[in-house]
Design a protein around this ligand. Structure first.
Ligand SMILES: Cc1cc2nc3c(=O)[nH]c(=O)nc-3n(C[C@H](O)[C@H](O)[C@H](O)COP(=O)(O)O)c2cc1C
Length: 222
């Protein structure tokens, strides 16, 4: 555990760690991960979210039974799209799919699964009236999700933000006793990594992702 890990190091090494050992997570470590989530900002400071910590073997098996077929459909469709576009799936992408297959098969072996839920009725969703998919509701739960994952990095725990269970959300809600007015936002299996865990990531930088003053003006450093 390295609670004093540099924040920038944590942010720049937080990657999807899909191969987890079943070893239990000490209570104090889990508590710090949950505390980090609670520090996240939310609209109006209402904290309209809740995280369910799932360690029960039967419940984890239920989640795995929901997740695996959804992962298989998703990965089959993605591989088909790659093949149609480029003729073949790049080796790096194949490695990601292999790790995804592993997670789907072994999800229930993770020592804990965090299910982040959110209640839209407790949120001021300022873009709800616009003629597009609403994003603002998520903005009061995903900072908590990210804080929890950064805390996982600090604690040496692997984690992956997953969302495929949402294709079968009613089943998941019934399994976990989630009330009607609540939604599920992210399912995060956590545990100590089988291999090296978090590490270098591949991301576009500010030269591509940032703009200066207006949307189409390139960002120029300094
Ligand atoms: C909104 C969101 C949903 C995701 N859903 C899944 C998922 O269902 N299953 C999975 O294995 N990974 C999922 N991921 C992880 C991404 O695939 C992963 O972060 C991305 O491919 C980059 O990989 P890296 O973080 O290892 O660099 C999700 C990530 C985000 C942000």
């Amino acid at each position: 555990m390295s609670e004093s890990i540099d924040l920038f190091e944590a942010m720049s090494t937080l990657r999807a760690v899909r191969r987890l050992r079943p070893d239990p997570i000490p209570d104090d470590v889990l508590e710090r991960v949950l505390q980090a989530a609670c520090w996240a900002p939310t609209g109006g400071n209402t904290q309209p979210w809740k995280v369910i910590v799932i360690t029960d073997p039967d419940t984890k098996a239920g989640l795995q039974a929901v997740y695996q077929p959804e992962w298989e459909s998703y990965s089959a469709a993605s591989k088909k799209r790659y093949a149609a576009k480029t003729g073949e799936v790049p080796a790096t992408t194949l490695r990601i799919f292999d790790a995804g297959d592993y997670l789907a098969e072994h999800l229930h072996e993770a020592p804990a699964i965090l299910m982040f839920c959110a209640n839209p009725e407790m949120m001021a969703i300022t873009d709800a009236g616009l003629d597009r998919v609403s994003l603002i509701g998520g903005a009061s739960v995903y900072p908590a999700v990210q804080n929890a994952m950064l805390a996982c990095v600090a604690e040496g725990l692997g984690c992956t933000l997953t969302t495929l269970h949402c294709f079968r959300e009613p089943e998941v809600k019934a399994l976990l006793g989630v009330p009607d007015s609540w939604a599920t936002a992210a399912m995060i299996p956590i545990g100590y990594p089988v291999g090296g865990g978090h590490g270098p990531i591949t991301r576009k930088g500010p030269g591509i992702m940032a703009a200066s003053e207006t949307f189409d003006q390139p960002w120029v450093n300094g």
